[in-house]
Write a protein that binds this ligand. Sequence first.
Ligand code: FES
Length: 93
Amino acid sequence: MDSGEKFEIKIDGIRIAARKGQTIAESLLASGLRVFRRTKQNAPRGVYCGIGICFECRMIVNGIPNVRTCMTPAEPGCEISTQYDTAMDCTNE
Ligand code: FES
């Protein structure tokens, strides 16, 4: 079984390992990261459904907010940031 080409991605400026074929969420979970965003009340959120339905895994990917990381492939050099939801967002908790 091919485990996929290795490369690096950045999360909040820190480099972590990823493999071709992984989603961003898989890469983050494999690196031990569990908190992907914070709600307006500063509550931690991460992967919940893992299939693109709950939107709990949203992060900022290459400057684009609200990206569902469980549905987005990791790509070499991509830069990911923890998302801090604000009162101006029209998203769910
Ligand atoms: S974990 Fe539910 S949409 Fe990503």
